[in-house]
Design a protein around this ligand. Structure first.
Ligand code: ADP
Ligand code: MG
Length: 560
């Protein structure tokens, strides 16, 4: 078969252009990305071989090899892992699957056009460009791969400019090798000489030390290559004080494909009948696709150090889908399927325990590191609140961990406990108002009477707020009450005099109210005098048990 030339998918092409025109200052990370891919490929092969005897591959010496040629100015990263088929190469290397890509590329372009390099760096960091980061240091990349169990291999070459070539290779070793034709080392020292053994060692130690496969540096004399550059220690199996934060952070980047450090590291060791170790990470930012259908939640599952699956959704409830990490269980079969995991009682217990641990961490951060907590809640509060609808066990833990905007302070959100502390003498309820934005709720006439009396109101503007307020009856014995619903009795104003006063006014306005009810007809249930307004002449309210206007709008949007 002759060579074929194919075009990169549009987003991939645009992304490559941005990568080539160097917007990321730390170029060393390209090696981390290639090693990370090689390590994944080895994990996949080992698992495939364990599950399928017929695969017939040699797994006795799975490893990653780095080979530099200073004369030719090339660096090769080679693995004897799972490899890719011809079609997989097109699919995995020629396109970007991430659903947020188009938007991301646009933002990146804008940052670059505005010469805002720190914004561009931050964006790349949030997205991570994986394999394409090779083009930060190379002007040509060749990938030769053969998938385990297949006969022929595929050669892929590209200079990153719009197209790539594919060619069948009759004899290729199983696995993948990526060879970079390095650009000349530049004078401002951003581009190092990546053919220098010391430099390669330094980068591997720094970014890939925890990789559990041997990473060998091939040197001029073959026998010198025996000793791996990395120490290969599974970080989750080591005690906390043996591992530095940097090591944890690099593991996080490997498993999450994020380029930024995580916000928090959470460890859990369970002993007893069902033993497992968990090393979990709370990211420092929400991914682009957190709210999309295809978002892959869950953490990696290992069984006794052997990788079993990515995105194991059975290990995390949906509302904690942003949590990344590793769970290593002692007593599971390597053949375990997603379906079996979903139904396994031990796994359900594990998920409960992990969820509790994450929520406890959020709570501790609030007290111990308010700044981190604020970032966490800003990025993930919306998702965590979904748990109020699904995780009844942890409802109180979620309410305790949560923050809400409130009329008490224009800037600082409040906890429910703080709200309760500030409640007025005689106030029995926790008041809230839902709406689309802080601005729109701030100007709502529903707030007038509360403002006048100095009663605090929570301002809830996330779509999920509409739902959970209906489902959560109370916090700390105080009912949650919408200020936009039903008859308003601001606590403490039920005395005799006011009652009589109201009755009298009702009589006075009876004719007007009757006329208005008639005019509005089926549009409203009832027109009545209100104690909730001080400035506005009228407002629309719903019955205590009816859906709020925003919720109605949401149902309508969903076609119900
Ligand atoms: P990511 O690792 O985040 O998925 P990459 O751009 O690094 O993104 O890689 C894209 C995909 O290409 C990988 O998910 C993997 O399926 C495939 N791939 C890359 N390198 C290798 C390799 N050495 N062996 C097998 N597959 C690979
Ligand atoms: Mg990768």
């Amino acid at each position: 078969m002759s060579a074929e030339t194919l075009e990169f998918q549009v987003e991939a092409r645009q992304l490559l252009q941005l990568v080539i025109h160097s917007i990321y200052s730390n170029k060393d990370v390209f090696l981390r990305e290639l090693v990370s891919n090689a390590s994944d490929a080895l994990d996949k092969l080992r698992l495939a071989a364990l599950r399928d005897d017929a695969l017939g591959v040699d797994t006795s010496d799975l490893h990653i090899e780095l080979a530099a040629d200073p004369e030719a100015r090339t660096l090769t990263v080679r693995d004897n892992g799972i490899g890719m088929s011809h079609d997989e190469v097109i699919q995995l290397i020629g396109t970007i699957a991430n659903s947020g890509t188009a938007k991301f590329v646009q933002e990146l372009k804008e940052a670059k056009d505005a010469k805002d390099s720190s914004a561009a760096e931050n964006l790349i960091g949030q997205f991570g460009v994986g394999f394409y980061s090779s083009f930060m240091v190379a002007d040509e990349v060749e990938l030769v791969t053969r998938k385990a169990g297949e006969e022929h291999g595929t050669r892929w070459t590209s200079s990153g400019a719009g197209t790539y070539s594919l060619e069948r290779v009759e004899e290729a070793p199983q696995g993948t090798s990526v060879t970079l034709k390095l650009r000349p080392a530049d004078s401002d020292d951003q581009l190092h000489d990546y053919t220098a053994a010391w430099k390669i060692r330094e980068i591997v130690k720094k970014y890939s030390d925890f990789i559990t496969w041997p990473i060998r540096l091939q040197q001029e004399t073959p026998e010198a290559s025996a000793e791996p550059v990395n120490s290969m220690k599974a970080l989750w199996a080591r005690s906390r004080d043996e591992v530095s934060d940097e090591e944890y952070h690099e593991l996080y980047k490997h498993i999450s494909h994020d380029w930024l450090d995580p916000l928090e590291v959470v460890r859990l060791q369970a002993e007893g009948t069902f033993e497992y170790q968990a090393l979990l990470f709370i990211p420092s930012h929400a991914p682009h696709d957190l709210y999309t259908q295809g978002y892959q939640r869950g953490v990696q599952l290992y069984v006794k150090r052997v990788f079993v699956m990515d995105d194991c959704e059975a290990l995390m409830p949906p509302y904690l889908r942003f949590v990344k990490g590793v769970v290593d269980a002692a007593d599971l079969s390597l053949n375990v399927s997603r379906e079996i995991l979903q139904q396994d009682r031990q796994i359900q217990l594990m998920r409960r325990r992990l969820a509790k641990k994450i929520l406890a961490t959020v709570k501790d951060l609030r007290a111990g590191d308010p700044e981190k907590y604020a970032t966490l809640w800003r990025e993930f509060g919306r998702v965590i609140k979904e748990g109020l609808l699904s995780d009844f066990d942890n409802r109180d833990a979620i309410l305790t961990a949560a923050s809400f905007a409130s009329t008490h302070d224009a800037e600082q959100p409040t906890s429910l406990a703080q709200y309760v502390e500030r409640m007025k003498e005689g106030q029995q309820h926790i008041y809230y108002l839902t709406g689309e934005s802080r601005q729109s709720v701030e100007h709502s006439p529903h707030l007038e009477a509360f403002r006048a009396k100095g009663v605090e109101v929570l301002l809830l503007t996330d779509p999920v707020d509409e739902l959970w307020v209906e489902a959560v009856p109370e916090f700390d014995g105080k009912q949650l009450r919408s200020v936009a619903k039903g008859e308003l009795e601001l606590d403490g104003e039920t005395d005799q005099e006011q009652q009589e006063d109201r009755e009298q006014r009702k009589q006075e306005f009876a004719a007007l109210l009757g006329w208005m009810t008639e005019q509005l007809g089926a549009e409203v249930k009832e027109v009545r005098l209100s104690a909730r307004l001080t400035v506005s002449p009228a407002c629309v309210v719903t019955d205590t048990n009816d859906a709020s206007p925003a919720l109605e709008a949401m149902y309508r949007a969903m076609g119900q």
